[in-house]
Design a protein around this ligand. Structure first.
Ligand SMILES: [Zn+2]
Length: 283
């Protein structure tokens, strides 16, 4: 993929990043006509910053006024400071991430503390902030109602699925965030990584179904007796490269925490390390 206009006021600029396995780039987006917002700069490499700046220069009459970050993970936030220094644009992020970053050395200065439902004005266009925790507690999506486009960050990606890693990752919150998207008319999804998604409602449903399928598999596996997270992964993730099993352990842990919260599973710490999980049977 190279830099290009993908919708009348949306430009895609993939930048190299150290990111989720199977991806090597983060999608940066420029949104707007005269007042422009940059979503997820994603790379602090000088080359990437230069490329974005020269692309901006090529958009006649365009001025970068805002840099909005979907969540604080490095592959999304990197480059924000450099872009701000070069353009004077304000940096915006969800309020809890802004609080977190305030104590982090080297974090970019945050000018805009965003909340669910906030509207970011870009001359003739508007972007709505949707708080979508799950992959990260401070994760937001941005919705462009004029073109019915959702910028999904790492809630939904172009290929495969995302990692839900507790404690900041939360499977129940993640499923709730996906379900909430049903309230929006979405024509296309511009993800944080991978290709554009043009069958948005089908993709959202596929994401929900996939997680519920994994959850059912966790329950089925526990019906056979108590198990550790590692044993569950071995049994359930037969379709996934074993090199990714340590990441799968994070997701299984997230499923178990959700089931624990719902009173369906309990954990038993055992001597010599491993924790075992078992089903709580209805009496
Ligand atoms: Zn990412």
């Amino acid at each position: 993929m190279s830099n290009m206009v993908i919708y009348p006021s949306v430009h895609l600029l993939p930048v190299p990043s150290v990111t989720l396995p199977t991806f090597y780039t983060t999608n940066s987006y420029l949104v707007g006509k005269s007042e422009v917002t940059l979503i997820d700069p994603g790379s602090s490499k000088e080359e990437s910053i230069e490329t974005t700046l020269s692309y901006l220069k090529g958009l006649s009459g365009a001025r970068l006024t805002k840099i909005i970050i979907t969540h604080r993970h490095p592959d999304h936030i990197q480059g924000a400071s450099a872009m701000k220094d070069a353009t004077g644009a304000e940096i915006g992020i969800y309020e809890s991430d802004a609080r977190f970053l305030a104590n982090q050395p080297g974090a970019p200065p945050i000018d805009l503390t965003l909340k669910d439902g906030d509207i970011i004005d870009l001359d003739s266009l508007k972007l709505e902030v949707i708080h979508t925790p799950g992959h990260a507690s401070g994760h937001i999506c941005l919705y462009l109602p004029d073109e019915q486009i959702l910028f999904s960050g790492d809630l939904i990606v172009g290929i495969g699925t995302v990692i839900i890693s507790p404690p900041d990752g939360d499977m129940k919150a993640y499923l709730d965030s996906l379900k909430r998207l049903g309230d929006y008319d979405i024509k296309a999804i511009c993800p944080g990584h991978g290709p554009l998604i043009t069958d948005a409602p089908a993709k959202i449903q596929e994401y929900i179904d996939h997680r519920l399928m994994r959850e059912r598999r966790v329950i089925e596996s526990l019906e056979g007796g108590e198990k550790t997270v590692r044993e569950l992964v071995k049994e359930i993730y037969t379709d996934v490269d074993p090199q990714l099993h340590s990441l799968a352990e994070r997701s299984v842990t997230a499923h178990l925490i959700k089931l624990e919260t719902e009173g369906k599973v309990s954990r038993h710490p055992k001597k010599k390390g491993d924790e075992y999980f078992s089903l709580i049977l209805d009496s």
